[in-house]
Design a protein around this ligand. Structure first.
Ligand code: NDP
Length: 759
């Protein structure tokens, strides 16, 4: 499986970073307690402590407490007590706290880098230049945002307590990435680090105390998966933010279904790295080194699938091999090391198992003949060629230093291969032809696409996925919004039962089969929507014109619609007329948004322009409130269409006459076939049929709380996006509540395109 070592391999002397200060720090803390309410507390549950080891050597570093249910309870209670006062501070005051914390992390950067390297196994070069500076950047950016949060989101308020669960691949960076936006927005936090890598989060706890953050603002509970499960299920948690595997993300979606908790999931990926024949191959190889061998490949957005145009496949692979032959694998504390150890023996075994399976399924393996320590969790950088699309190495997230190589002949084939995955986190495209690169980047279904660069991230730029890579964005405006909710609460408006939060495990209708007739009708509507894909790529002007036609259809039928509303709702004529006029006005307004809410551009870093595109979610199932209304379905349909979604609008069959009117309006607007299909039936059954459908990308459920719970639970299978009202609704007639940003945000998935152009 190996090639011979070339003569050109550089022979650097080791340049080890001293671990003296860290060993001293650890020696004083052979075992760690839990950081709750601003102080270290022994575990109430007295579960066995977890041994934290150095994966490069197997040496024991420390023991960490394993928080149980009582500990989680105490941490959430502390966060709840602290939250009102924290939220009541001025933005500037919260900014001061976060800046102090950022400065302390910066002050201890060297120690933290060494500690991270010892705990995780990644090279010191990376912890020093990426992890720790990245953590400081997140704290600083969000400190700056905290100071202006009231100006940018005047109609929003924090969720309350954020329960945050993070993985082991970027421990301190992830902790800052999660804590900073939550605090900036006025939430308090209970954070559960990964059991393999809790030490820098525990160091951070000391800094939180030193920075003078009020007790209970940040609580850190260490432990295993059960601790995370207890945290996300805790009724005192209002918002859950998770980064980790798709499997655990799915479990968390199920556990929180129907609870009313806000949820963002940043999950796995199988990101394509597309190299066209006209790419700068040397630059592409440089990029690839960072895309897949940075952090041992333990990166959610790793470019783990190389898709290379056939004409340059051979020279590109030859250059990759030449680079890998000079790779330095070994002591993570050595400043000349390129790649360190995998995080744990379990992960090493998993990677080795997946490589063996890929080879058994026909892939050809290659590894460079380079030195590899005999002990510790080291894995050779590995190249797999002859990878068929069905091979496990083309489908599964390996989360290790393993690159699968596939070839393509046309750009259409490249896009098809790139999107032939259940994931959609990131991608990168390499071509010296600007138009070609951009066109391909637009076609890759992912939350982030890098053009002629890779793994670019910034606290000010949204990051997150689509499909089974999760939902929600972290970073930038979208990342802040994920920690806020509209100030004006929605009310019970008779849209179904507005029962209080149904906790996890509550019996919902999930298990009940959807009636065959409903399932068939939903299936046909979704099939038509799937075929209407050109709508998603139509320009804003086309969509605006369609919405104007819909608005004009309402204007033309004004009197008949007023009569219908009087009959259906018992309202007086003036109220009915107001509703019809509001509906038409809303359609005209969203026609404007279709041309005005398409995204923006920023200079994220020197020489890096980032386009932030408001892309449609895809096929959206929209379950309307079970109340006789024209303005409610219009207010839901209009933003979805404006942003390029294809929609299946589910309307209660209790309001058949109004449904017929809606149907007539849609027909008059001459929307393309499949763009807006109306279904009538029982809202609950329609909601479940849509949530269970594999080709529906998102469901808005404005029906009952029970229907909301069923939709959220059913959506876990393929992790589709949901937006549920739980039996409550905005005041549809109010411009603030029924018309605006929340609807446009729900109708879009932000895609960021990074475009380097030199400083
Ligand atoms: P997990 O998804 O299991 O872990 C992520 C975090 O979730 C950890 O803090 C973990 O705790 C916690 N957790 C585990 N189970 C639950 C639960 N039921 N409820 C709440 N929290 C829970 O990832 P693993 O560490 O097990 O890694 C397995 C695979 O996942 C990797 O091989 C890789 O493929 C993928 N992965 C992807 C990541 C990404 O960013 N995309 C990050 C990490 C892993 P604990 O650490 O104690 O188990």
């Amino acid at each position: 499986m190996t090639d011979t070592k070339p003569d050109t391999a550089p022979d650097y002397a080791p340049v080890p970073e001293s671990a003296e200060a860290v060993r001293h720090w650890l020696a004083e803390r052979p075992s760690f307690a839990l950081f709750i309410d601003g102080r270290w507390q022994a575990s109430r549950d007295a579960l066995p402590a977890i041994a934290s080891t150095n994966p490069a050597t197997g040496d024991l570093l420390a023991h960490i407490a394993q928080a149980g249910a009582q500990d989680v309870d105490a941490a959430v209670a502390a966060a709840r007590r602290a939250q009102p006062a924290w939220a009541a501070l001025s933005g500037a005051e919260r900014a001061r706290h976060l800046h102090r914390l950022a400065r302390l992390v910066h002050k201890h950067a060297r120690t933290l880098a060494v500690l991270e390297t010892l705990d995780n196994g990644k090279p010191i070069r990376e912890t020093r230049h990426i992890d720790i500076p990245g953590a400081v950047r997140h704290l600083t950016y969000h400190a700056n945002q905290a100071a202006r949060i009231d100006q940018i989101f005047p109609d929003h308020t924090p969720h309350g307590v954020a329960g945050q669960v993070i993985p082991w691949n970027f421990p301190l960076l992830m902790a800052s990435w999660k804590i900073a936006p939550a605090l900036a927005c006025g939430n308090t936090v209970v954070l559960k680090p990964a059991e393999y890598t809790s030490l820098t989060a525990l160091f951070l706890a000391d800094l939180v105390a030193e920075a003078g953050l009020p007790a209970g603002t940040v609580n850190i509970v260490t432990g295993a998966g059960d601790t995370g499960a207890a945290l996300v299920a805790h009724p005192g948690v209002d918002k859950v933010a998770f980064t980790g595997s798709t499997e655990v993300g799915r479990a968390i979606r199920r556990a929180t279904a129907g609870s009313g908790k806000a949820l963002t999931l940043e999950l796995g990926g199988k990101s394509p790295f597309i190299v066209c024949a006209d790419a700068d191959l040397d630059a592409a190889v440089d990029g690839l080194m960072s895309a897949i061998w940075f952090n041992q490949g333990e990166v959610c957005c790793a470019g783990s699938r190389l898709l290379v145009e056939e004409a340059v496949a051979e020279p590109l692979v030859a250059r990759i091999k030449a680079r890998l032959a000079r790779f330095r694998l070994g002591d993570p504390l050595d400043r000349t090391t390129d790649m360190g150890a995998l995080v744990d023996r379990v992960q090493h075994e998993r990677v080795a198992r997946l490589v063996a399976r890929a080879v058994a399924e026909g892939a050809a393996p290659w590894q460079p003949d380079i030195d590899c320590p005999a002990t510790g969790c080291f894995h050779h950088p590995t190249l797999l060629t002859d990878v068929a699309p069905a091979n496990v190495a083309a489908r599964e997230e390996i989360f290790g230093p393993v690159l699968s190589v596939m070839t393509f002949r046309t750009d259409a084939e490249a896009a098809e291969l790139a999107n032939n995955t259940r994931y959609g986190l990131a991608g990168s495209v390499w071509s010296e032809t600007g138009g070609r690169a951009l066109a391909l980047a637009r076609r890759v279904k992912a939350g982030v696409v890098w053009v002629n660069c890779t793994n670019k991230l910034d606290a000010g730029v949204p990051f997150g996925g689509v499909r089974q890579s999760g939902f929600g964005r972290e970073g930038g405006r979208e990342g802040l919004l994920a920690y806020l909710k509209p100030r004006d609460p929605w009310h019970d408006r008779g849209d179904g039962d507005a029962a209080e939060a149904q906790g996890p495990g509550t019996e919902t209708e999930t298990g009940t089969a959807v009636p065959a007739g409903v399932a068939d009708a939903a299936h046909q509507a979704v099939a038509a929507a799937a075929k209407a894909a050109p709508w998603a790529h139509s320009d804003g002007r086309t969509r605006a014109a369609a919405l104007v036609r819909l608005a004009e259809a309402v204007d033309e039928r004004r009197d008949a619609l007023v009569d219908r509303l009087v009959e259906a709702t018992g309202a007086d004529r003036a109220a009915a007329r107001h509703e019809v006029e509001t509906s038409a006005a809303r359609l005209y307004a969203y026609a404007g948004h279709a041309e005005g809410h398409e995204g923006g551009a920023s200079l994220a870093q020197p020489g890096q322009t980032v386009l932030t595109l408001a892309e449609p979610v895809g096929v959206l199932g929209i379950v309307c409130p079970d109340a006789p209304s024209l303005v409610a379905p219009v207010s839901l349909l209009a933003p979805a269409l404006a942003m390029g979604n294809r929609t299946v609008l589910a309307v209660s069959d209790r309001h058949a006459a109004l449904a017929e009117d809606l149907q007539a309006l849609l027909a008059a607007a001459r929307l393309p076939q499949g763009v807006a299909t109306l279904l009538t039936g029982a809202p609950g059954a329609l909601a479940r049929a849509l949530a269970e459908h594999g080709e529906v990308d998102g469901v808005w459920c404005f029906a009952s709380a029970a229907d909301a719970a069923a939709v959220e639970a059913a959506s876990a299978d393929d992790l589709k996006r949901t937006w549920v009202s739980r039996g409550r609704s905005p005041d549809w007639l109010s411009p603030q509540a029924g018309d605006g940003a929340a609807f446009l945000d729900a109708a879009t998935a932000t895609k960021t395109l990074w475009l380097p152009h030199g400083a």
